[in-house]
Design a protein around this ligand. Structure first.
Ligand SMILES: C[S@@+](CC[C@H](N)C(=O)[O-])C[C@H]1O[C@@H](n2cnc3c(N)ncnc32)[C@H](O)[C@@H]1O
Length: 248
């Protein structure tokens, strides 16, 4: 059992994905259960990284944690001491609470918009995080918002800390329209257990809310904010998802 679990609230909740994930969380669970977005492979790489990189207790912050199901698996047998998760969706946070119960650490879950909360998190020396994760949630923001968000993370990372971005990535020279078409072709071809209504819900969400960047653009942002090193630890076979590390 965790040593403590708190659920707090933020007043400023207005961002569009809240409705999508409140109403369609069951669909996202079906996508996760069938590994359509490659979570099993990605989070296995994340688990190996956490075991080898953090040899002493570490504090973690996760933005857009959702139900934290894969995060909880990746934290098993690591030296995690504190976990804080932020998400807009109350139903997802309720499930996250159960999923994280297996991890031996202090757990805090906060309902709110991470773009707002990133400015409100304490930035004192002792409240910094060794590890910050955002998985499949940053791509909802515009390029300027992503740039600003990543810039703010430097204030929250402890010395030696690392920020990991897991997200959809488009290829160099690929425009958004081509990327969306490529991604959706695979959804219709390979996400075979979805009903036709579910396929259209996924299509609507991706075509209105996904704004992927290239790895090169994200590397430039890491250089702009003087991260010491940037590396890609995983790229999926379809060339549409990556796990990127920004080392302080
Ligand atoms: C595609 S799900 C990803 C969930 C989980 N991180 C994963 O990798 O499976 C995106 C999550 O980010 C949350 N989200 C999106 N925008 C957000 C924001 N501005 N503030 C807080 N949560 C947000 C959604 O509610 C949802 O739970």
């Amino acid at each position: 059992m965790p040593e403590s679990t708190q659920v707090t609230n933020s007043e400023n909740i207005s961002f569009h994905p809240e409705n999508f994930f409140n109403q369609q969380w069951k669909l996202y669970e079906k996508v996760l259960n069938n590994n359509y977005m490659g979570h099993r492979e990605i989070y296995s790489v994340l688990h190996s990284f956490l075991v080898s990189y953090f040899q002493t207790p570490f504090k973690m912050l996760e933005f857009g944690c959702g139900d934290a199901s894969f995060t909880a698996h990746s934290l098993l047998n690591t030296r995690i001491s504190n976990y804080q998760g932020i998400d807009l969706s109350a139903p997802a946070l309720e499930i996250a609470k159960q999923n994280l119960a297996a991890i031996q650490c202090n757990v805090t879950l906060t309902k709110g918009d991470f773009s707002q909360l990133i400015l409100e998190l304490p930035q004192g020396e002792y409240s910094k995080f060794d590890f910050i994760l955002i998985s499949f949630a940053l791509h909802h923001l515009s390029l300027a918002q992503k740039d600003y968000f990543i810039g703010q993370l430097k204030n929250l990372l402890a010395p030696g800390g690392v920020f990991i971005l897991i997200d959809v990535i488009c290829q160099e020279q690929e425009d958004r329209e081509t990327y969306i078409r490529r991604y959706l072709d695979n959804v219709y071809k390979s996400w075979s257990l979805l009903t036709s209504l579910e396929h259209s819900m996924v299509e609507k969400h991706i075509s209105t809310s996904d704004f992927p960047e290239t790895q090169q653009t994200l590397d430039k942002i890491s250089q702009k904010y003087n991260f010491a090193r940037f590396e890609c630890l995983y790229q999926d076979p379809l060339n549409s998802t990556q796990l990127l590390c920004f080392y302080l």
